[in-house]
Design a protein around this ligand. Sequence first.
Ligand code: PMP
Length: 392
Amino acid sequence: MKPTPPWQMARRAARMNPSIIREILKVTERPGIISLAGGLPSPDTFPVAAMREASERVLRDSPKEALQYAASEGYGPLREWVADELGGHGLQVDASQVLITTGSQQGLDLVGKVLIDAGSRVAVESPTYLGALQAFAPYEPEFLSVPCDDDGPLPDALELAAGCRFLYALPNFQNPSGRCMSASRRTELVAKAQAIGLPLLEDNPYGDLWFDAPPPPPLASRWHDGVVYLGSFSKVLAPGLRLGYVVAPKPLCPKLLQAKQAADLHTPGFNQRVVHEVIRNGFLRDHVPTIRARYQAQRDAMRAALERHMPAGCHWTVPRGGMFFWVELPEGTDALALLPHAVERGMAFVPGSAFYADHPKLNTLRLSFVTVAPDLIEHGIALLAQTLKERQ
Ligand code: PMP
């Protein structure tokens, strides 16, 4: 008999959990399931031809540079592009403050690595993005959930977060709730955060996916020294590129860069050059509106289906951008317990409890409206409503 190897896990490993969403996605890959669970952008929006042409140009014009190791900070012209783009959104930053990351998910990890000590407190919205909880948890923080309403964190409740390393905030079309913070809430939130000395981590992968009107300027534009800002190319180009960025106040930049070096030396230089080649002449100005129009039509299809099928006692607010509806079921319904029955009927959603650091609201669920065609959305919601009526 071979001896059992003496592997001893680090304490942080105990804080790593499988993402419930990835587990659900495995089930929903079964043919025939209408999955409103995944947060995947619609592949019909991926700019395949533009990517192909840009890849060819990069391989023709700068093959050696594109395929070589590169700077940890990121590709200079892409950093310049990001700084320019943010300037157009009221956020004046220098390209030297832009760190290109391997998806904004890596930005969450790097910020966690640099700012969280074991036992330190980190404030999050309630609910919040599950992937951020997963990124921060291995650094062993104590999470504090800040009470929120349909407009985001309640400024008065921010007092509770005094002394936290930062508040992780998603102002635009939040994943999972879909809500967008008003301009007045942003002003109040930043004023309160400044008053109590609470730094902010602002995550904005969905801000460009607005339907009626662009969201108000970012939190970072209101407090340059007190906000780390995360952006992503996943929702406006393609998530498979794994391209995002962190924009940080200058004193934080060296440590974030060192954390990045240790993590992966740099984000793939080829991808960065190809994306820069695609976007440098204004491609997104024409491309992003096509994504908005498509997602808005999908949103309308889901709104109509919810109104038509869902039983009394269910509530939702109609998102004005992004990818998600957040539904509250009648009090006392457990969405996690409902899920296997919904899957049996042929549809899937994500139970809302996955998105809380603590005190989960069991009667909530998240529905994505972007990947499934409108007729299937209609059918999927009808199946959800049937499951719900049966179990009530
Ligand atoms: N933040 C939020 C709120 C997200 O929803 C996602 C993607 N699901 C990410 C960050 C990570 O995005 P990416 O790494 O693809 O940029």
